[in-house]
Design a protein around this ligand. Structure first.
Ligand code: XMP
Length: 508
């Protein structure tokens, strides 16, 4: 399989670069600049290298650099933004603060020529975000594109196959970004478009069948897409030797616990042990109203239940996790075992030791995991499930958690999600929250007194920031009408119109 090295200099779009490359069916891996040297690059057999952007200035002696010998390896290089400036610097050019100050946003690109721009018209829109610029192109390089304020918006040394672009081809605002990357991958590097999920599945199954022969593997199944896909993939490799423990804390949404058990355990034949721990969790949460205390109790109780179940299962050799590529990258260490265990199971039991952690999805982005899930036959609802927090409905029941409030919330939440789905509205996460506020209503000439329910829907790329979704009034009206009619105990429905920041997505 042909692969591209995305050499990471700390830019905010590095994952995006790798995703854009993979979208063209070429495998790309991100490696921080300090984690690899020229010998490592050669032995890994990369067909091309992309220097990413980054927040630093090449003029600063402390800025991230790379061995200039990389230019002589005979491997094509594409430098983007900081990477473009670094390429210029390493090749003997000059980088300086841009005379007109920082350039940020859309700019008109005028193309002069060069292999990267073969299918790009003379004038198009590109997206810039920089403070420095390449003042003097290095020997052997020619300017291949410019903008009004950036005379060297792109450069190349076609002989050595070295290319630099000051703008960001990976963002969608750059009109011909995909074509530019594609010229680099296919024309310059000669890559084959051979990164396929079918191959991934086949290779992973064969690999784990071999490596885990005779081993018993434990997987903590949360019901989320990552752990579910990891479970089904490993099950294909090692069958009965995979044991999945699904701790049902009783804080799942309507029918969710049953669906996980039925779909993963039943239909797909994976060995799933569902631990019904509702009573245990609810009794520990009784009377607790502080959100942090709730989270703490749930995390701790989860570990206790998981430990108890594991002890019953006899010797288990390996622990499997649904770690995915962004988790690996975000850890910054290229080894996310510890970090992800916290994500997944709220801290791993310290009393169980494993000889190995198995992470079959650690090379994949979320959309690739979903593709694998679909190919493995997981149901669509599960594969496209919206994010659901580990502590479940506990953080959507404001104030004390009671069975009554949970029951009301489950019904109302299911109706809201149904109405949003029916309308086919695009929003990334949508759910209901039962508040601790009661209010007066009137039904059939009689006074009612019930809970106030809040509906929440957000639009976001990464859940770090989020806009409240402008759901059509008709959807809100349908949801509110059905909820107040069909769910006993709710007298009032409100819609949350706060973005993140200043609010968070979840209420607690
Ligand atoms: P917040 O509320 O922090 O949520 O804006 C951002 C995203 O994270 C999800 N979330 C969690 N996910 N464990 C999780 O696995 C948690 O404790 C947790 N808290 C929030 C939330 O649903 C949203 O998608």
């Amino acid at each position: 399989m042909d692969k591209i090295l995305v050499l990471d200099f700390g830019g905010q779009y590095n994952q995006l670069i790798a995703r854009r490359v993979r979208a063209q069916k070429v495998y790309a891996e991100i490696v921080p600049y300090g984690k690899i040297d020229c010998a490592g690059i050669l032995s890994a057999g990369y067909r091309g290298i992309i220097f990413t952007g980054g927040p630093n200035s090449v003029a600063d002696p402390a800025s991230p650099r790379f061995d200039p010998a990389v230019l002589e390896l005979g491997i094509p290089i594409l430098g983007i933004c900081y990477g473009h400036q670094l390429l210029a610097y390493l090749a003997g050019g000059t980088v300086a603060p841009a005379e007109g100050g920082s350039e940020y946003g859309k700019a008109e690109l005028t193309v002069r020529g060069g292999a990267l721009f073969r299918s790009v018209p003379e004038k198009s829109i590109c997206w810039m975000s920089h403070t420095d610029y390449v003042k003097k192109t290095p020997p052997g390089f020619f300017v291949t594109a410019e903008t009004e304020s950036c005379p060297c918006a792109a450069m190349s040394d076609e002989k050595r196959k070295l290319y630099g672009v000051q703008f960001h081809p990976e963002v969608t605002h750059t009109e011909y970004g995909t074509q530019i990357l594609s010229r680099f991958l296919f024309d310059v590097c000669g890559c084959r478009a051979d990164w396929r999920m079918d191959d991934f599945i086949g290779t992973a199954v064969a690999r784990y069948r071999e490596e885990l022969r005779g081993k018993r593997v434990l997987l903590a199944l949360s019901g989320g897409v990552d752990s579910s896909v990891a479970a089904v993939l490993l099950h294909k490799a090692i069958g009965e030797n995979l044991v999945c423990v699904f701790v049902d804390h009783g804080l799942m949404r309507k029918n969710e616990g049953d669906a996980i058990e039925k779909e993963i355990g039943g239909k797909l034949g994976v060995n799933v042990i569902r631990v019904h721990a509702e009573e245990r969790f609810l009794s520990r949460l009784a009377g607790v109203t502080d959100p942090e205390e709730k989270r703490h109790i749930i995390g701790e109780e989860f570990i206790r239940v998981f430990e108890e179940e594991s002890r019953k299962l006899g010797k288990l050799d390996c622990l499997a996790q649904g770690t995915i590529y962004p988790d690996v990258i975000e850890s910054g260490k290229g080894d996310s075992a510890v970090i992800k265990s916290h994500h997944n199971v709220g801290g791993l039991p310290s009393v169980i030791s494993f000889e190995r952690i198995v992470e079959p999805l650690r090379e994949l982005f979320k959309d690739e995991v979903r593709e694998v899930g679909e190919k493995l036959g997981l149901p669509r609802e599960l594969v496209w499930r919206q994010p659901f927090p580990g502590p479940g409905l506990a953080v959507r029941v404001i104030g004390e958690i009671t069975k009554e409030k949970l029951g009301i919330l489950r019904e109302a939440d299911a109706i809201f999600r149904e109405e949003v789905d029916r309308a086919g509205v695009r929003t990334n996460q949508y759910f209901a929250v039962i508040t601790d506020t009661k209010s007066v209503g009137v039904m059939g000439d009689a006074r009612t007194y019930g809970y106030t329910l809040a509906l929440r829907a957000v639009t976001t790329d990464d859940f770090m920031t989020a806009e409240w979704s402008r759901l059509p009034y008709e959807v809100l009206a349908a949801a509110s009408g059905r909820i107040t009619n069909e769910v006993k105990g709710i007298t009032r429905v409100v819609y949350d119109i706060t973005s993140k920041p200043p609010a968070t997505v979840e209420w607690e």
